[in-house]
Design a protein around this ligand. Structure first.
Ligand SMILES: Nc1ncnc2c1ncn2[C@@H]1O[C@H](COP(=O)(O)OP(=O)(O)O)[C@@H](O)[C@H]1O
Ligand SMILES: O=C(O)C1=C[C@@H](OP(=O)(O)O)[C@@H](O)[C@H](O)C1
Ligand SMILES: [Mg+2]
Length: 178
Protein backbone atom coordinates (compact mmCIF):
# COMPACT_ATOMS: atom_id res chain seq x y z
CA UNK A 1 0.00 0.00 0.00
CA UNK A 2 1.23 3.45 -0.88
CA UNK A 3 0.44 6.53 1.20
CA UNK A 4 0.77 10.29 0.73
CA UNK A 5 4.04 12.16 1.16
CA UNK A 6 2.21 15.02 2.87
CA UNK A 7 -1.42 15.46 3.98
CA UNK A 8 -2.71 18.98 4.64
CA UNK A 9 -5.56 19.64 7.08
CA UNK A 10 -7.00 22.84 8.54
CA UNK A 11 -10.01 25.12 8.33
CA UNK A 12 -11.41 26.73 5.18
CA UNK A 13 -9.12 29.54 4.05
CA UNK A 14 -6.00 28.06 5.63
CA UNK A 15 -4.63 27.52 2.10
CA UNK A 16 -4.67 23.71 1.94
CA UNK A 17 -5.52 23.58 -1.78
CA UNK A 18 -3.14 26.40 -2.74
CA UNK A 19 -0.19 25.16 -0.67
CA UNK A 20 -0.84 21.52 -1.61
CA UNK A 21 -0.51 22.25 -5.33
CA UNK A 22 2.59 24.35 -4.72
CA UNK A 23 4.21 21.69 -2.54
CA UNK A 24 3.56 18.99 -5.12
CA UNK A 25 5.22 21.16 -7.76
CA UNK A 26 8.23 21.74 -5.48
CA UNK A 27 8.54 18.03 -4.68
CA UNK A 28 8.01 16.97 -8.29
CA UNK A 29 5.13 14.74 -7.28
CA UNK A 30 1.39 14.50 -7.91
CA UNK A 31 -1.26 16.60 -6.20
CA UNK A 32 -4.70 15.47 -5.13
CA UNK A 33 -7.53 17.33 -3.37
CA UNK A 34 -10.41 15.32 -1.95
CA UNK A 35 -12.85 18.16 -2.72
CA UNK A 36 -12.00 17.81 -6.42
CA UNK A 37 -12.39 14.01 -6.19
CA UNK A 38 -15.84 14.43 -4.60
CA UNK A 39 -16.94 16.87 -7.31
CA UNK A 40 -15.79 14.46 -10.01
CA UNK A 41 -17.63 11.53 -8.39
CA UNK A 42 -20.82 13.54 -7.84
CA UNK A 43 -20.62 15.25 -11.22
CA UNK A 44 -21.37 18.64 -9.66
CA UNK A 45 -19.81 21.38 -7.53
CA UNK A 46 -19.79 21.07 -3.73
CA UNK A 47 -22.43 23.78 -3.11
CA UNK A 48 -24.83 21.84 -5.36
CA UNK A 49 -24.19 18.60 -3.44
CA UNK A 50 -25.09 20.42 -0.21
CA UNK A 51 -28.28 21.85 -1.75
CA UNK A 52 -29.43 18.72 -3.59
CA UNK A 53 -28.44 15.91 -1.20
CA UNK A 54 -27.49 17.66 2.06
CA UNK A 55 -24.38 17.73 4.24
CA UNK A 56 -24.59 14.09 5.50
CA UNK A 57 -24.39 12.87 1.91
CA UNK A 58 -21.42 15.16 1.26
CA UNK A 59 -19.69 13.79 4.38
CA UNK A 60 -20.25 10.20 3.21
CA UNK A 61 -18.69 11.04 -0.18
CA UNK A 62 -15.86 12.79 1.65
CA UNK A 63 -15.17 9.77 3.87
CA UNK A 64 -14.90 7.53 0.78
CA UNK A 65 -12.76 10.07 -1.10
CA UNK A 66 -10.29 10.38 1.78
CA UNK A 67 -10.06 6.61 2.21
CA UNK A 68 -9.38 6.09 -1.51
CA UNK A 69 -6.81 8.89 -1.74
CA UNK A 70 -4.94 7.91 1.42
CA UNK A 71 -4.70 4.33 0.17
CA UNK A 72 -3.48 5.02 -3.35
CA UNK A 73 -2.01 8.53 -3.72
CA UNK A 74 1.76 8.75 -3.21
CA UNK A 75 2.04 12.56 -3.57
CA UNK A 76 0.63 15.59 -1.74
CA UNK A 77 -2.96 15.35 -0.52
CA UNK A 78 -5.18 18.22 0.64
CA UNK A 79 -8.36 17.42 2.56
CA UNK A 80 -11.50 19.54 2.90
CA UNK A 81 -11.71 21.45 6.19
CA UNK A 82 -14.36 19.19 7.71
CA UNK A 83 -12.83 15.80 6.85
CA UNK A 84 -11.24 15.38 10.29
CA UNK A 85 -14.66 15.34 11.98
CA UNK A 86 -15.01 11.70 10.93
CA UNK A 87 -13.60 9.21 13.48
CA UNK A 88 -12.60 6.71 10.79
CA UNK A 89 -10.76 9.40 8.85
CA UNK A 90 -8.81 10.44 11.94
CA UNK A 91 -7.85 6.81 12.57
CA UNK A 92 -6.73 6.49 8.94
CA UNK A 93 -4.46 9.54 9.29
CA UNK A 94 -2.60 8.12 12.30
CA UNK A 95 1.11 7.84 11.61
CA UNK A 96 0.98 9.80 8.33
CA UNK A 97 2.89 13.06 7.71
CA UNK A 98 -0.10 15.29 8.40
CA UNK A 99 0.37 19.07 8.67
CA UNK A 100 -2.21 21.40 10.21
CA UNK A 101 -2.23 24.73 8.38
CA UNK A 102 -3.36 27.23 10.99
CA UNK A 103 -4.90 30.63 10.27
CA UNK A 104 -6.59 33.43 12.21
CA UNK A 105 -10.22 34.34 11.69
CA UNK A 106 -9.57 37.66 9.90
CA UNK A 107 -7.17 36.13 7.34
CA UNK A 108 -9.38 33.10 6.75
CA UNK A 109 -12.54 35.12 6.16
CA UNK A 110 -10.73 37.52 3.83
CA UNK A 111 -9.25 34.58 1.89
CA UNK A 112 -12.46 32.57 1.50
CA UNK A 113 -14.28 35.72 0.39
CA UNK A 114 -11.98 35.77 -2.64
CA UNK A 115 -12.51 32.15 -3.50
CA UNK A 116 -14.97 29.41 -4.57
CA UNK A 117 -18.20 29.36 -2.50
CA UNK A 118 -18.25 27.29 0.69
CA UNK A 119 -21.79 26.34 1.68
CA UNK A 120 -21.00 26.18 5.40
CA UNK A 121 -19.85 29.81 5.33
CA UNK A 122 -22.65 31.14 3.13
CA UNK A 123 -24.48 32.85 6.01
CA UNK A 124 -22.67 34.86 8.70
CA UNK A 125 -19.21 33.60 7.68
CA UNK A 126 -17.27 35.11 10.60
CA UNK A 127 -19.42 33.53 13.28
CA UNK A 128 -19.70 30.21 11.40
CA UNK A 129 -15.94 30.06 10.89
CA UNK A 130 -15.28 30.79 14.57
CA UNK A 131 -17.69 28.01 15.61
CA UNK A 132 -16.19 25.53 13.14
CA UNK A 133 -12.69 26.26 14.34
CA UNK A 134 -13.65 25.99 17.99
CA UNK A 135 -15.07 22.51 17.41
CA UNK A 136 -12.32 21.34 15.08
CA UNK A 137 -9.07 22.77 16.45
CA UNK A 138 -8.58 19.80 18.83
CA UNK A 139 -9.16 17.41 15.92
CA UNK A 140 -6.63 19.15 13.65
CA UNK A 141 -4.14 19.05 16.50
CA UNK A 142 -4.88 15.38 17.22
CA UNK A 143 -4.11 14.21 13.67
CA UNK A 144 -1.21 16.54 12.89
CA UNK A 145 2.49 15.76 13.19
CA UNK A 146 3.22 19.49 12.84
CA UNK A 147 1.34 22.79 12.86
CA UNK A 148 2.31 25.61 10.50
CA UNK A 149 1.00 29.18 10.87
CA UNK A 150 0.01 30.77 7.60
CA UNK A 151 -0.69 34.34 8.80
CA UNK A 152 1.62 36.94 7.25
CA UNK A 153 3.21 34.31 5.01
CA UNK A 154 2.94 34.03 1.24
CA UNK A 155 1.97 30.61 -0.14
CA UNK A 156 5.62 30.01 -1.09
CA UNK A 157 6.72 30.81 2.47
CA UNK A 158 4.06 28.48 3.88
CA UNK A 159 5.24 25.69 1.56
CA UNK A 160 8.83 26.21 2.82
CA UNK A 161 7.62 26.07 6.43
CA UNK A 162 5.74 22.80 5.77
CA UNK A 163 8.84 21.16 4.30
CA UNK A 164 10.92 22.38 7.23
CA UNK A 165 8.37 21.12 9.75
CA UNK A 166 8.43 17.64 8.22
CA UNK A 167 12.19 17.40 7.69
CA UNK A 168 13.77 14.70 9.85
CA UNK A 169 15.96 16.04 12.66
CA UNK A 170 19.70 15.98 11.83
CA UNK A 171 21.32 12.64 12.69
CA UNK A 172 23.46 12.65 15.83
CA UNK A 173 27.09 11.83 15.23
CA UNK A 174 29.85 11.37 17.81
CA UNK A 175 30.91 14.97 16.99
CA UNK A 176 27.49 16.42 17.72
CA UNK A 177 27.45 17.95 21.20
CA UNK A 178 24.79 16.16 23.26
N1 LIG B 1 -0.64 32.25 2.60
C1 LIG B 1 -1.62 32.87 1.90
N2 LIG B 1 -1.62 34.21 1.79
C2 LIG B 1 -2.59 34.86 1.09
N3 LIG B 1 -3.61 34.23 0.42
C3 LIG B 1 -3.65 32.89 0.49
C4 LIG B 1 -2.67 32.13 1.22
N4 LIG B 1 -2.99 30.83 1.10
C5 LIG B 1 -4.10 30.76 0.33
N5 LIG B 1 -4.50 32.00 -0.05
C6 LIG B 1 -5.70 32.35 -0.84
O1 LIG B 1 -6.83 32.05 -0.02
C7 LIG B 1 -7.89 31.51 -0.78
C8 LIG B 1 -8.29 30.17 -0.15
O2 LIG B 1 -7.21 29.24 -0.31
P1 LIG B 1 -7.44 27.68 -0.43
O3 LIG B 1 -6.14 27.09 -0.82
O4 LIG B 1 -8.61 27.40 -1.31
O5 LIG B 1 -7.78 27.31 1.09
P2 LIG B 1 -8.41 25.98 1.69
O6 LIG B 1 -8.24 24.89 0.66
O7 LIG B 1 -7.63 25.72 2.94
O8 LIG B 1 -9.83 26.33 2.00
C9 LIG B 1 -7.39 31.41 -2.23
O9 LIG B 1 -7.88 32.53 -2.94
C10 LIG B 1 -5.87 31.47 -2.09
O10 LIG B 1 -5.26 32.08 -3.20
O1 LIG C 1 -14.94 23.07 6.34
C1 LIG C 1 -15.77 22.36 5.70
O2 LIG C 1 -16.61 21.64 6.29
C2 LIG C 1 -15.70 22.38 4.22
C3 LIG C 1 -14.57 22.87 3.62
C4 LIG C 1 -14.40 22.92 2.14
O3 LIG C 1 -13.04 22.70 1.78
P1 LIG C 1 -11.85 23.73 2.13
O4 LIG C 1 -11.48 23.52 3.58
O5 LIG C 1 -10.76 23.34 1.21
O6 LIG C 1 -12.35 25.10 1.91
C5 LIG C 1 -15.28 21.86 1.47
O7 LIG C 1 -14.80 20.56 1.76
C6 LIG C 1 -16.71 21.98 1.93
O8 LIG C 1 -17.20 23.26 1.52
C7 LIG C 1 -16.85 21.82 3.45
MG1 LIG D 1 -9.43 23.46 -0.30
Amino acid sequence: MTSPLVVLVGPPGAGKSTIGALLAQRLGTGYRDTDADIERTAGKPIPEIFIDEGEPHFRALERQAVRAAVGEHPGVLSLGGGAVMDDGTRALLKGLPVVFLDVELADAVRRVGLDAPRPLLAVNPRQRWRELMEARRPLYTEVARATVSTGGRTPAEVADAVLKALAPPPARTPDTPQ
